[in-house]
Design a protein around this ligand. Sequence first.
Ligand code: ADP
Length: 544
Amino acid sequence: MRGLMMDKPLLISSLIQHAEDYHGATEIVSRTVEGPIHTYTYAEAAKRARQLVNALVSLGVRPGDRIGTLAWNGYRHFETYYAVSGMGAVCHTINPRLFPPQISYIINHAEDTYLFVDLTFIPLLEGIRESLAKVKGVVVLTDRDHMPPSKLPNLLCYEDLVHGHSDRYEWPEFDEWTASSLCYTSGTTGNPKGVLYCHRSTVLHSFSISMPDALSLSSRDTVMPVVPMFHVNAWGLPYAAPMTGAKLVFPGAKMDGASLYELMELGGVTVSAGVPTIWAGLIRHMQDNGKRFSTLNRTIVGGSAAPRAMIETFQDEFGVELVHAWGMTETSPIGAVSRLMPRMDGLSDDEKMVVRAKQGRPIYGVRMTIADDEGKPLPRDGVAFGHLKVSGPWVCAQYYNEPPGPAHDDEGWFSTGDVATIDADGYMQITDRSKDVIKSGGEWISSIELENTAVAHPDVIEAAAIGIAHPKWDERPLLVVVRRPESGLDREALLAFFEGRIAKWWLPDDVVFVDELPHTATGKLLKTKLREQFRDYRFPGVTG
Ligand code: ADP
């Protein structure tokens, strides 16, 4: 029997419509690329998004067209998100930190018709100009006074476009399965692959991440996504904020500790979200300058493992809860959030910290399992670790314009490429990327665990562990470390620090100090590059 409820599709336009109707006076604050801080309201954003749709229509943009964006977190990018998806076209956010040939590849693979670009990225586009033959025009996200002199073909001014059109527009109703946005993975192996989100998946993801045991967003919050809108839709926050009526603060291009702190204080930010390196920069600024937060009470960390030491510092020194979350481009991105269960209230601080450092329990909608190399499910005992597989309404079912690949199986699971444990309460803990796990004597050593242990040392800024070929054990761990320049930390002192913190046989066989480590476009350690760099490395006394 079919239910008798209204057939109202879950559309992204409903989010901005709701914010306009019921949180119209709530502010959006942005640090602009041009310099000044810009402040306006959801009501004004919604109006300008409608004007932009009329402008897009006048340019000949049609439902289904892909519109690329190369932009920081800011109000014009926000308007572009809503105008493009709201009219039924696809907002293709491009990560400017990818290598230029990869950017060309994805613009052409997505067949973007127009590009919406912050001033910062004009030189980047000029550098790949020849590969943009199919792009009809480039819209610069600025006003007439700041339009750059550039030879890019058909350069248009965003503010002229918006001002030139009426705000009279009714958001259309269409199938909620319509594609809404597109984001390519970083492509650390092979070409980047496109993950094509739809309206339904985006709205459902927004509901789920807003819930109390997830990110717990409400109209009392001021949310600052430091995670970029050019990668996995800033973890869905530009959608969840209008849904819940939370105020938004966008940091623009400035993500150093001092700028973030200043904007957090200015905007009254209560919750933020970003990768561990961002928070490491913020902590350093706060400590060096004796700063305190007046409004921030929690911050979401993910993208890479949050070291326990970082969670503790935020808690103990600044009274801010660091909430560990896990996700990936293919999961929209949030899949798990680490919150304590009520019965854990009585645990010691140390025991609580062990739980909070895990990547967390699935949010509603997401299911998880771990399996061994043969695909056999492994027990949920917090000890056995295997390949993490996930499913859910906002998990990618296949890549855009790619033949079906091994990541998706016949039982409806997506293989994440992560290796994890799941405990009896369902807390998942990432042990490694499957490519990065160190295989020693038939057993696995977690490179993440070694890295987290190393960065708990006060003189270590960053660390990476990789497997180096070994004649007896197959592989043994090498630790590559960036230390505080003035510290004088040496190999022996660092290895002594590991004692009692990890299993003896996990102890790195050697430590190498470097000035910096290579990173991916999303700020993760680039282990492929590091392995290449140390291809000829041999442990002392080991030959062959
Ligand atoms: P890319 O586009 O670089 O592949 P994603 O942003 O999709 O990157 O990253 C997804 C991967 O990031 C996950 O598969 C996982 O390995 C890692 N990751 C995300 N969150 C965490 C976390 N909290 N702890 C450890 N690793 C994480």
